[in-house]
Design a protein around this ligand. Sequence first.
Ligand SMILES: Nc1nc(=O)c2c([nH]1)NC[C@@H]1CN(c3ccc(C(=O)N[C@@H](CCC(=O)O)C(=O)O)cc3)CN21
Ligand SMILES: CC(C)C(=O)C(=O)O
Ligand SMILES: [Mg+2]
Length: 263
Amino acid sequence: MKTVTINTLRELKEAGEKFSVLTCYDSTFSTRINEAGVEVMLVGDSLGMVLQGHDSTLPVTVEDIAYHTQAVKRGNQHALIMADLPFMSDSSLATLLENSASLMRAGAHLVKIEGDAWLAEGITQLSQRGIPVCAHLGLTPQTVNQLGGYKVQGRGDAGQALIDAAIKLEAAGASLLLLECVPTHIGEAVTRAVKCPVIGIGAGPKTDGQVLVLHDMLGITVGKTAKFVKNFMLEASSIPEALAAYHKEVKSGEFPAEEHCFK
Ligand SMILES: Nc1nc(=O)c2c([nH]1)NC[C@@H]1CN(c3ccc(C(=O)N[C@@H](CCC(=O)O)C(=O)O)cc3)CN21
Ligand SMILES: CC(C)C(=O)C(=O)O
Ligand SMILES: [Mg+2]
């Protein structure tokens, strides 16, 4: 298989083809996720919840993400590795640049940052220095204390604001966008409004790519999972089979189905 780059994802979008993304935190899963054909691995700050047992992603540090990115890099063959910038790792522009550099040194090919239109300056600075950026919009778990819970975003007037922010961040230099927990029609509108690939989680079937947290799609997450989750182990007889089924269902458009989406 050819090495996946951001250009690969752009070409897939232009060709109207879907791509799959999974979170990954270690070397063994990195290799197995590669074998399943998944294009992108996200070293997500969700590791604070599924690996460390915290009740939010806020305690995660840049060092935590760098450690897991190094492990994922060792198991990687051809996938694109994206690393999350954790809570407050962008407390100043200089801090953002230094922390992003640490994640790139650890083996990431690009960084993901949560926010809104105000991210524009940081995204421009990073992309000018050769660090591609994915802007994470919609439900941004690092702001859960302000949002009052993990709730659907972008309903009503907030929908147009999301579309405007997406256009602004692409113009600022964002290479990818990630939309979390928004109504299907907003997922579709944002995906059409920008040239860069859009990854969705609970953003409907029209985004260019789909992402899930590994533990969620393997059905082992402790506690209640979100509506957008599908347990791929229910019809698989091994973990590699479940990973392959996820990739296949994203590519074919079978996942996400209506039951995984918000109106
Ligand atoms: N295991 C895991 N999976 C994730 O997808 C995930 C994490 N952890 N940790 C960080 C964030 C938190 N996320 C979440 C968590 C819960 C919902 C959730 O239950 N949402 C409600 C929406 C209710 C509404 O407003 O209608 C749902 O029913 O899906 C969504 C995203 C996504 N991320
Ligand atoms: C849920 C995904 C998009 C994420 O940011 C993470 O795993 O941290
Ligand atoms: Mg995250």
